[in-house]
Ligand binder design. Sequence first.
Ligand code: HEM
Length: 429
Amino acid sequence: MQSQSVTDGMLPDFLDDSVVAAWSASGAPLVDLLRQARTPGRLTGFRRGGRAAVLVTEPRHVHQVLGVGGDRYVKRSHRARPLIGDGMLTATGEAWRSQRRLLQAMFTGRGIQRWEHHIVAAADRVVGRWAERARRGEPTDIAEDTQFFTVDTIWRSLTDHPLDQETYVDLAAVQDIVAALPADVGGSAALPPEVETALAALDERMHRAIAQARLRHSAAGSRSGSGGPSVLDRLLDAAETDPAYTDRLIRDELVTLLVAGYESSARTLTWAFVLLDRHPEVMERAAHDARAVESVLHETLRLYPTGWLLPRHAPADETLDGRRIPAGTDLLVCPYLTHRDPEVWPDPETFAPDRFPARTPLPPGAYLPFGIGPRACLGTRFAMREMETLLGALLSRFTVETTEPAGEPVFGINLRPAGPLFARVRERS
Ligand code: HEM
């Protein structure tokens, strides 16, 4: 580490440039460099491509950056911006505030109850699929099943319609589109033709949904389905009084909720099955106890927070824990490493769902699978409800045995297990 003293304050300690060069030459994933940079109790970082990045893993630092300093440390333009446009994930300032205000009530407090019937209907579909697989003695791909389920729940909440197979194919293509986008924000490289085609199909699907909802609106005078207005209804209402809600912005918000809303929940469910497969005694407990299902999900999110890296940026000079953070510095908040802090989580690599609910309050910033502060996840309660519903329904009815080991973790935009997860499922007697 190079410790640097300057007249107007100490900078964080930076990794020696030779260490960064060796990491870069090795082709190892970013998380390996972060592991090397991490020094318990201290603010450390590295320089890459002329830019300084500071790693933020200590709970008190996380709390300062995302919580207390949530308005000062901001998101840089999102890599997926060409896909999600000006939706809530990328918006900043007043535009973000008003978008968040509009949808917040649908996803918090009692607003969440409106999604219950959609979630239950989508879970029933997967239970039906597994019953069929069990009857035929065929293995099922859990990664695919959980993904279909989470796209189905989000599509129902957006449009009030169940998902059909053709729509599923168009919507689930967003992960290939995101993967094909240039890694440098604002990069202008042309997209491969098949990705352009997938993007066009997705846009058409979204614009058709908007047109249908608008027709329904004017024909019936009421847009409410059985559980109250859908997200799309709410956006169309806003468009009547706020000119900011053009069809383009409505499309961006739908794609944002799709992108933000399905992959994390699907991967978390897949991780839960990976961990339960290694811990059959926990699987048995969860099969008979809803509270154990909840604890399994919290512990899964601790070990495999799908949002494993939450980057921020300091547009102005800041001071963090007595260290100088010059304007232009990137701050890499890393829940994956924070959740493995042995000071907070004894024996951190061990899967132990009975850590939850925590017996004593956790230090602020110590557990953040859904982020913290003003930009914390809009869908936390929706996600927990849908994951508890599906996992509870499947475990109580089936035994599950994976037929090949899960792949290694892939630290991409999301943290996911590599490859499919095939399992043999059997009806419990
Ligand atoms: C297990 C499932 C999920 C996990 C682990 C998760 C995690 C996160 C995290 C960590 C953030 C904060 C990102 C940051 O600070 O940079 C976030 C933001 C967000 N999430 Fe989720 N999420 C999940 C499910 C969902 C669902 C189901 C929805 C939609 C219904 C959703 C909608 C959003 C939105 C809109 C934001 C951006 C909020 C803003 O910037 O104001 N998420 N999510």
